[in-house]
Structures are given as C-alpha cells and as structure tokens.
Design a protein around this ligand. Structure first.
Ligand code: IPM
Ligand code: MG
Length: 360
C-alpha cells in the first residue's frame, strides 16, 4: 500500500509528538511492507509567523490531495488573554475542519488497565469504561453567525445554529458505530432550554426508528457531565453537538488516566484528519518530555479508518499496551510505583514503541 500523509505539526508540543507518530508509521510501513510518504505544512501560530495566516489556501489544497492528515496541536498562551489579536491559531483548525467538511469527530475513551491509578477517579469507577464520542464538528456556536461585538464593544453575540441535515448525518454515523459495539447510544443536549437542542433531539429520535436494535437514551448536558464521572460504564456511544462535545470529551479524558493518551479522528466526505485531543501544552513544549501516545494512537485510528489496515492498527495499540505493561511511562502518567529508570522522554518513548512493533 502506498499512502501520502500531510503532517501539520502546529504549535507547542505538536512537532515533538507528531515526530514520534511519524516514526511509528514508518516502522509500521517497514514491518508490513507499505510505503508512507510525508509532506509537512504549517498550521496555527507556526503558520501565522511565516505567512500571516493561521492556515493558508496552499496548505489546504495539499491536504485535499492527501490520503490522510496528521495534526499535532495549535495555540499558544500569547493569544489566550489577548482579545485584540484578530488572527488566532485556532482559526486554522476551524478552517481545516470546515473546508474539508470534517463533520464528525470520533473520540474513543478507553482506559488501559495499567493506567488505572493515573486517573484522579477511583479505579472501581473507571475500570472497564469504554466510550466512543461522536462530537459534531462543523456546526453549532463554533460557526454560527452573527458573531460580533455590539454597543461599543459592551455586548457580545455568538449564534448557536444547527440544520437538520447536519444532525442526521452524524447521528447515522453514530448509530452505525453503536451497531458494532454494545448497541447503546446516548444523545446529549439541552432540550429543556435550547431550540437547537430540541431540533437535535427530534432528529435523533427520528433516525433512531431506523435502528430498532439500538437502545437510545437522551440526556441533558448538565446531567451527562455528572453521570460521566459518577458512572462512566453506563455509556457506550455518546452523540452530541460541537460545544457540548468539546467540554465533555476533556472531562472524559480523566477516565482514560490522562489527556496525553487520547486520540481522535475527524471524518467527513473525503480525507480524514487525526489528532490528539490534548492541546499544545506550551508549559512543557521544547523540553522533550511530552507524552506522544495520543499522537501514536491517532496513527492507529488512521491505519484503521482511512487505510482499512486493521492488523497494523492493532499492532500499534498492542505496542502501546506492552510498553505500559513493562512499566514504561512519560512523566505525565508516572506515579510513585514507576521506577525512575522507566520514566522516558518523548524520543525514547518512541524508540521503545518501535522496538515492540518491530519484534512483535
Ligand atoms: C479541541 C480543541 C479545539 C476546539 C480548540 C483548540 C479550537 O479544544 O479540538 O477540542 O475547541 O474544538
Ligand atoms: Mg477541546
């Protein structure tokens, strides 16, 4: 198999973690006789610095021609508390999602048993939890207009908007996924208050009649936020909108021990994009200590979803699992039981993973 991958390393720890993920892909290619070629493009602050734009049309057109996209992270603190800056790294991420029509963001939350103690939640609460989020990614208050300041800047407006077709297409995808899992789907909204959520619920109810084998529940976002840490094992597939999904999936990261472990896939009509759910972590950027697992597991999702290479995808997951079983940790998931010589930096973590991949 011959595949072209565009790498958008981005900001903060993005370049460090994607470098490891690329090496892992190369090792997979070597072991299973595939050829992966890589092209590098800019996004986020890295792109603003060089071009003035957070994501250029040239980079976008390279992405359109790729077989898959691997993204690191975007954003830096210099933008966070500076509302006067009109050009922001996050706009690059929103542009690529919108322009490539990546309307569904899949965020699997699965705990490796070895990391039971890395979470702040009790082991008995999270052991065995296995949730697949479908977060809508190109609609909602993220993209609705008008969005502006009024009354000399003293009033601000954002617009939450959903069209029925946007809800239908991601709902079908989530229902289809539920069929291959434990056949449960929970749709999360705020239908007791928001008009958008009432349309969301109505539409999901309508689609559910096409899936008689799926047990469907509807939950309000505030309750879902509580249920998720009270009893995460009650959930199988969770389907929700862009904003609610953004918030719930960060919360759910605690179920998997650390944000550093969670991959995601953004899919739509054509090329798909794979990225960790963690951000650019500027506090540790450049130190070579970031956990590259989320990026590596994003590559496992890429192999499976975009390339249909299930064995190769599983081999990557097995390597991660073996690495954890043998007691290796990056600092973010190390605890008092981790022996000092098993705390690895980003690069050594990658080398270790590749050694498992090549011998397994
Ligand atoms: C995410 C991030 C982004 C989002 C930011 C960086 C724009 O938090 O992918 O979850 O809000 O979607
Ligand atoms: Mg987020």
């Amino acid at each position: 198999m011959n595949k072209k991958i565009v790498v958008l390393a981005g900001d903060g720890i993005g370049p460090e973690v994607t470098a490891v993920a690329v090496e892992v892909l190369k090792a997979v290619g070597k072991r299973y006789h595939h050829e992966f070629t890589f092209e590098y493009e800019l996004i986020g602050h890295a792109s603003i610095e060089k071009t003035g734009s957070p994501f250029t049309d040239e980079a976008l057109s390279k992405c359109k021609q790729a077989d898959a996209i691997l993204l690191g992270a975007v954003g830096l603190p210099m933008y966070d508390n500076n509302p006067s800056l009109k050009v922001r790294p996050e706009q690059g991420l929103l542009k690529i999602r919108k322009e490539l029509g990546l309307f569904a963001n899949l965020r699997p939350i699965k705990l490796f048993d070895e990391l039971l103690d890395a979470s702040s939640l009790k082991p008995e609460v999270i052991k065995g939890a296995d949730i697949l989020f479908f977060r809508e990614l190109t609609g909602d208050i993220y993209f609705g207009t008008p969005r502006e300041r009024r009354e000399n800047g003293t009033v601000a407006v954002d617009t939450m908007i959903y069209a029925q077709y946007e809800i239908e297409r991601i709902a079908r995808m989530a229902f289809d996924a539920a069929l291959t899992r434990r056949k449960k789907l929970c749709s999360v909204d705020k239908a007791n208050v928001l008009e958008c959520s009432r349309l969301w619920r109505e539409t999901v109810q309508k689609i559910s009649s096409e899936y008689p084998d799926i047990e469907v529940t509807h939950m309000f976002i505030d309750n879902a936020a509580m249920q998720l840490i009270k009893n995460p094992k009650q959930f199988d597939v969770i389907l929700t909108g862009n904003m609610f999904g953004d918030i719930l999936t960060d919360e759910a990261a605690q179920i998997a021990g650390s944000m550093g472990m969670l991959p995601s896939a953004s899919v739509g009509k054509t090329v798909a994009l794979y990225e960790p759910i963690h951000g650019s972590a500027p506090d540790i950027a450049g130190k070579g200590i970031a956990n590259p697992m989320a990026s590596v597991l994003s590559v496992a999702l890429m192999l499976d979803i975009s390339f249909g290479l299930k064995t190769e995808s599983q081999a990557v997951i097995n390597a991660v699992s073996q690495y954890l079983k043998d007691g290796f940790r990056t600092f973010d998931i190390a605890d008092s039981k981790t022996s000092k010589d098993k705390i690895l930096d980003t690069q050594s973590c990658g080398e270790k993973l590749i050694s498992y991949l090549l011998i397994s």
